[in-house]
Design a protein around this ligand. Structure first.
Ligand code: FES
Ligand SMILES: [Fe+2]
Length: 377
């Protein structure tokens, strides 16, 4: 992909969103397939925004950690001895080996190469065999920190030291769904997946329910009445739409002990996209989410997790309902994987420009505007 084509991709996106929503088309294909455009996105979006590392409840004990990578930086996110959440460079300060892998619990961070050892706050605990280097002082060494905040139970991490607090950027979303008490929902599963599609195809799939009756005809397709789907306007930091669940969906409805929600909200699911890469399906009784990071134009890494609202955690029937629900969400995700990978194959080989958007794809148009606003800045 040449520079000329990259400039073209941005220009095509500019033209794409320069029309009113009721005349809009899906984003042009170069925006999805260009390696150079992805590099712009990493630089201007993923290096600047808050990204989700998962749920704070999954790092509940001192020493619980997980690892991630943003814009090439290996990062460890952990709960320190004082129970603070921290995000730090996951690279040894000796000869730069990466430190921890995957997730788990540890009392200290021990480098797998020569065993330089760091405390959970990033300060150095010990470095064997260093006494004869007169210039070495362990107090000079501390793993660099990245921004890390807990917001409504989500661990948010950013490598941009100047990004405004997540709670401030997402204050409108906090007001919109605050009464669901999402901060008290507890994660019970977390998996890492790779899909062979562009990250924006996955994102756009999540933010519209237009595909549900067709792509999901073998699972939840008949449960969603598109006439009942609301697609209100979003904001510069998130978009959302809502669906009303039927009475058969036990966990989707508010538990009798849930006194936070009233009326229609007791069966309302919010389907929320927090830009750029956190997607939350929030029901009165449970939640599930995807948090993504692009690895290549046609490859995206996805953290997939979910769990129950607090009232259902205490309900003895919940376990069997949730086990059945997990099977269903897995099947739904497999269908989404199939549909979004088909889209990417079509984008790579497509000869025509993408078609017009349905009124049910308002969030997609807002997302296209978001991408342009960041990449064109
Ligand atoms: S690279 Fe970590 S101890 Fe040597
Ligand atoms: Fe779907």
């Amino acid at each position: 992909m040449t520079k000329f084509e990259r400039i073209d991709a941005l220009g095509e996106l500019r033209a794409n969103v320069a029309v009113p929503f009721n005349q809009a088309r899906a984003m042009p294909r170069n925006v999805y397939t260009s390696q150079e455009f992805l590099e712009v996105e990493i630089d201007k979006i993923f290096s600047k925004e808050w990204l989700c590392a998962g749920r704070a409840s999954s790092l509940s004990k001192p020493g619980d950690y997980l690892t991630m990578e943003i814009a090439g930086y290996p990062i460890v996110v952990l709960r320190d001895a004082e129970k603070n959440l921290r995000a730090m460079s996951n690279v040894c300060l000796h000869r730069m080996s990466t430190l921890l892998q995957g997730s788990g619990n540890t009392r200290a961070i021990v480098c797998p190469y020569h065993a330089w050892t760091y405390n959970l706050d990033g300060t150095m605990r010990a470095a064997p065999g260093m006494t004869l280097n007169e210039a070495f002082c362990k107090h000079d060494y501390k793993l660099p920190a990245f921004r890390c905040e807990e917001w409504l139970g989500w661990i948010m991490v950013s490598i941009d030291k100047d990004v405004p607090p997540a709670s401030e950027k997402l204050a409108d979303l906090g007001r919109l769904v605050g009464h669901y008490g999402m901060e008290n929902y507890v994660e019970s599963f977390r998996e890492t997946l790779r899909w062979n599609t562009n990250w924006k195809v996955l994102a756009e799939n999540f933010m519209e329910s237009y595909h549900v009756p067709v792509c999901h005809r073998n699972t939840i397709g008949s449960q969603v009445d598109l006439a009942e789907v609301e697609c209100p306007s979003g904001t510069p930091t998130f978009n959302y739409h809502c669906a009303l669940k039927s009475d058969e969906q036990y966990l989707a409805l508010a538990h009798p002990n849930n006194t936070r929600l009233t009326g229609e909200e007791r069966r309302k699911t919010y389907i929320i996209t927090v830009y750029p890469g956190l997607f939350i399906s929030l029901s009165p009784g449970y939640f599930w989410y995807l948090s993504l990071y692009p690895r290549a134009p046609g490859e995206v890494e996805v953290t997939y997790g979910g769990g129950l609202a607090p009232e259902f955690l205490e309900d003895p029937d919940s376990e069997k309902h949730f086990a059945a629900l997990k099977v269903l969400i897995d099947d739904v995700n497999a269908e989404d994987k199939g549909c979004t990978e088909k889209v990417y194959r079509g984008l790579v080989g497509g000869l025509t420009q993408p078609g017009h958007l349905s009124h049910l794809e308002r969030p997609n148009f807002e997302f296209a505007n978001y991408i342009l606003s960041k990449c064109d800045a």
